[in-house]
Design a protein around this ligand. Structure first.
Ligand SMILES: Cc1ncc(COP(=O)(O)O)c(C=O)c1O
Ligand SMILES: N[C@@H](CCCC[NH3+])C(=O)O
Length: 417
């Protein structure tokens, strides 16, 4: 099996096992697709990559190369963007509980946009921004009361969310805007909303746009920018049917246009923040099969990683599909339960993988692990962090080296130095 024309077995020979492998061309194509599809002659459009899905310098440099903006949600993500040489004016800084240090860091780096999440943040930021020498664009995160899930969305379900201010709280929102506008270095430009992740129903996004625009039309405040967040889906198994990128973008653009006309709004910029849909399908995890065993009801395959490199099955009952390298074209003949090596019964990567006969040392490639895999990895059982490899057109490049045992105790050892 090849990933962007690089043999998986060659990757394992060169970099070891297990590995996260990304098809760099697929990432670039996805960023391009969003950029090319989110276009309008009536307003500016910005595609902001939500870096929580997969954040490292090499990824951020790709975002820069493809002329997209960047969503960061922590000091660590900001620091990585800065270290990657990213244009900080194109960073959108999020978070429901940004610390004073993080806000100071954002201002020091001259981050272009801060998405303010609550009243206390507005108060603190307006103090911190008094003496800066540039203007920060401010969006306010509102909670439109639309909580979308895969295959379904529930209107008005979300009033107790930890993120944003409820769109129903008009007086609180006006108070917050006043605080922002009273600070000469902050410019209130509009609103941000985000309704969930892995959403397959385009009507959920139309509802989001309608709700936010109706709210703006009743506010009596100039609003130039609307950011509708991310949440676009990816294919993990045959059951997944995400909305194609062109349709997502057309749907959003059309919905915004209708609302601009309906309410005579002065919107001149819209943004979206795709994370998963950019990187999920481009990433795979390559494991080596170790021991195998049969129980009365299961055939187990044990792999040399597990919940420490992919927490999503244990955390969300997320489903994945996989292939055995070199046996992609063989008929499936056996149901396997693919489990990891962590000391936890729930350490299962795939509950039921229907595969050709497997044997120890086979390379098992789990697909669509590119989003929230590396970024949610842990050191449980002192697991070493996996290397990350980018492949493109027959070439491979290690962009994050794998950890070794020394790395695992380095922070302790530093204290003794
Ligand atoms: C504010 C915000 N923007 C963007 C995203 C990215 O979402 P996704 O990876 O589903 O596109 C998230 C995560 O859900 C988010 O919370
Ligand atoms: N971590 C989640 C997505 C969270 C999105 C962040 N708001 C996942 O793996 O599906």
């Amino acid at each position: 099996m090849k990933i962007s024309n690089v043999e998986v077995k060659d990757l394992v020979n060169t970099y070891g096992s297990p590995l996260y492998v990304y098809n760099q061309r697929m990432i670039e194509d996805k960023l391009n697709a969003f950029k090319n599809c989110l276009k309008s002659s009536e307003f500016e459009c910005d595609v902001i990559y939500a870096s929580k899905a997969f954040n490292c310098k090499a990824m951020i440099q790709l975002v820069s190369k493809m002329d997209c903006s960047l969503d960061a949600v922590s000091g660590g993500e900001l620091y990585t963007a800065y270290a990657a040489g990213f244009d900080m004016a194109r960073v959108y800084f999020h978070g429901n509980n940004k610390s004073m240090d993080e806000l100071k860091m954002a201002l020091k780096y001259k981050v272009g946009t801060i998405i303010v999440d609550n009243l206390m943040e507005a108060q603190l930021l307006s103090e911190l921004a008094k003496n800066i020498d540039y203007t920060v664009s401010i969006l306010l995160r509102v909670n439109p009361g639309i909580e979308a899930h895969t295959h379904e969305y529930i209107v008005t379900a979300n009033i107790d969310s930890k993120f944003g201010i409820s769109i129903e709280k008009k007086s609180g929102i006006l108070e917050l805007i006043q605080i922002i506008n009273a600070c000469p270095n902050l410019s209130f430009d509009g609103f941000h909303a985000h309704i969930g992740s892995q959403i397959f129903d385009k009507e959920a996004f139309v509802q989001e746009v309608n709700k936010v625009c109706e709210f703006v039309s009743n506010l009596g405040v100039d609003v130039s920018t609307l950011n509708f967040g991310g949440g676009f889906g990816a294919v993990y198994t045959d059951e997944d049917t995400p909305i194609p990128v062109d349709i997502v973008c057309d749907t959003l653009i059309e919905a915004v246009k209708c609302n601009i006309e309906k309410y005579a709004l002065n919107i001149n910029k819209i943004c979206i923040e795709p994370g998963r849909s950019i990187v999920a399908e481009a990433g795979s995890t390559v494991y080596t099969v170790g021991f195998m065993k049969e129980t009365p009801h299961k055939n187990y395959i044990f792999v040399d990683g597990g919940m420490s490199d992919n927490i999503r099955p244990a955390l969300y009952q997320a489903k994945y599909s996989c292939v055995i390298d070199g046996k992609e074209n063989e008929m499936a003949s056996k149901h396997y339960k693919v489990a990891g090596k962590c000391c936890e019964s729930g350490d299962v990567i795939i509950e039921d993988a229907y595969l050709p006969e497997a044997k120890p040392n086979d390379l098992l490639v789990v697909k669509t692990t590119g989003a929230y895999g590396y970024s949610m990895a842990s050191h449980y059982n002192k697991a070493c962090g996996l290397p990350v490899i980018f492949c493109k057109d027959g070439n491979s490049q290690c962009v994050i080296r794998g950890e070794n045992y020394e790395d695992l105790i380095r922070l302790e050892n530093d204290l003794c130095a």
